[in-house]
Write a protein that binds this ligand. Structure first.
Ligand SMILES: *Cc1c(COP(=O)(O)O)cnc(C)c1O
Length: 450
């Protein structure tokens, strides 16, 4: 484990030796308050000293179990050996030349790996960027260039980023969009097959939601005007919603019938997170374009659009890119992360995490009816909290539960349109003992709140 865990001296254990946050973190938080814009918040203001494997060690000597992975980024750990080695070597050779000026091999190699790993055996090409939002924006540019159309269709509860166009694509107002308009035009939002909250129940959810979505696209937008349909195959910020089985294939088929570019936003769900390289593989979907970021490079900033060569090539030379896009250190990190995922079979590890978590969560749900739904796949699992016996969102209980877990040394994140979802995103290299200890803490916190 030492090669994954932030150096051999970082013990894989939970340790709470001060209040959370401790005095040194509180001092730093006071400095942050004076120097950093309030719009940049912190979920848990413990200041990090080291992190790796399944723990985050803070400046006060506390060691927290990590069920967040920096929002699904450090799937291979926070300082995986292969990531550190390759990035360090690259740093010593050169930090930057700009791929658009004088290129280098690692960018090409990342593109080759993405062609290999993403679904479908058609010819594929890739363009690299710095952030997920940038990848999504570029997917839209590419789809518009290819189709000569303007409209973009997205779904209820979808999240695609914080830049102007991706704010328009994102569904939730507070905190992502509130006060930041006007938003980009030609974006249309249609219903999502959200089984837990579908009014007629989960059984006909896929069929009904797909029919409604397609009806709105054809009647309100006109299929012939649509450049792209963008969807997260397993929604992240919207609350780890798994679209009812059958919904994604129907929407993908509709896109194909109408010459619309089908874009899978796998920024959160990709790279072994759900127990597959990409979540859309679960229903055999082959997207035209796929956006990736987060887990791709072991914590270094990198994002990509990968897809059908003829679509990717529709944008004119010089139309895509950016100063830092596909930075060589980030590319080295990606090659190290992919190497780690293959070598340690992190898809298998993600599936094992699900096998450990789901039965324990089901037992908790029997005892604590505040848990209304358990869902997700692999190491992308969530519970949706409600007033017992109803589906009324219990955002207050969710916040209290997160706080209690944080105090006990377990980092968990909340999410969801209604703020009532606790999501679990442990690093895929977390030890099973830590995973179980984290679930013990969650269970205790539920008992205290009940
Ligand atoms: C995080 C996320 C984004 C935005 O990525 P950034 O790197 O934060 O810009 C886009 N789509 C999905 C599905 C995400 O989870």
């Amino acid at each position: 484990m030492s090669d994954l865990s932030g150096g051999p001296s970082l013990p894989q254990e939970r340790r709470v030796v001060t209040a959370i946050p401790g005095p040194k973190s509180q001092e730093l938080a006071a400095r942050k308050q004076r120097a950093v814009a309030d719009g940049v918040g912190n979920v848990l203001p413990v200041y990090v000293k080291r992190a790796g494997g399944g723990v985050i060690e803070d400046v006060d000597g506390n060691s927290l179990i990590d069920f967040g992975s920096g929002i699904a980024v450090t799937s291979v750990g926070n300082s995986a050996e292969a990531v550190v080695r390759r990035a360090t070597e690259q740093l010593a050779d050169f930090t930057h030349t700009c791929f658009m000026v004088t290129p280098y091999e690692s960018y090409v190699e990342v593109a080759e790996q993405l062609a290999d790993l993403t679904p479908g055996d058609h010819d594929k090409k890739t363009a690299l960027f710095n952030s997920g939002a940038e990848a999504v924006e570029n997917a839209v540019k590419i789809a518009r260039a290819y189709t000569g159309r303007q409209a973009v269709v997205v779904f209820d509860h979808g999240y695609h980023g914080r830049t102007n166009l991706t704010m328009a694509l994102t569904s939730k107002s507070m905190p992502y969009k509130h006060g930041f308009g006007p938003f980009a035009p030609e974006v249309y939002r249609v219903p999502l097959a959200y089984p837990f909250r579908w009014l007629t129940g989960p059984d006909n959810c896929a069929e009904e939601a797909a029919a409604q979505a397609i009806d709105q696209i054809t009647k309100q937008v006109g299929a012939a005007n649509v450049a792209a349909i963008i969807i997260e195959p397993l929604l992240g910020e919207g609350g780890f919603i798994e679209p009812a089985k059958g919904f994604l294939p129907r929407i993908a088929e509709f896109a194909k019938e109408n010459g619309i570019v089908f874009v899978a936003d796998e920024i959160q769900s990709g790279f072994c997170r759900t127990g597959q390289w990409f979540a859309c593989e679960d229903e055999g979907i082959v997207p035209d374009l796929i956006t990736t970021a987060k887990g791709i490079a072991g914590g270094l900033p990198l994002a990509a659009v990968t897809g059908r060569a003829e679509i990717m090539d529709a944008a004119h030379a010089g139309g895509l890119g950016g100063t830092y896009g596909g930075n060589p250190v980030a590319c080295a990190g990606a090659l190290g992360a992919i190497e780690t995922m293959r070598e340690l079979d992190l898809n298998g590890k993600a599936r094992r995490i699900e096998e450990v978590m789901k039965p324990r969560l089901r037992k908790m749900a029997e005892q604590y009816p505040v848990i209304g739904d358990i869902r997700g796949r692999g190491a992308m699992i969530a519970i949706e909290l409600v007033r017992p016996g109803t589906k009324e969102p219990a955002a207050d209980v969710t916040a209290a539960l997160a706080k209690a877990c944080h105090q006990a040394g377990l980092l968990i994140l909340t999410t969801g349109t209604y703020g009532n979802v606790v999501r679990f995103l442990p690093p895929l290299v977390i030890g099973e003992d830590l995973l179980n200890e984290g679930l013990d803490i969650l269970e205790n916190a539920l008992a205290e709140l009940a």
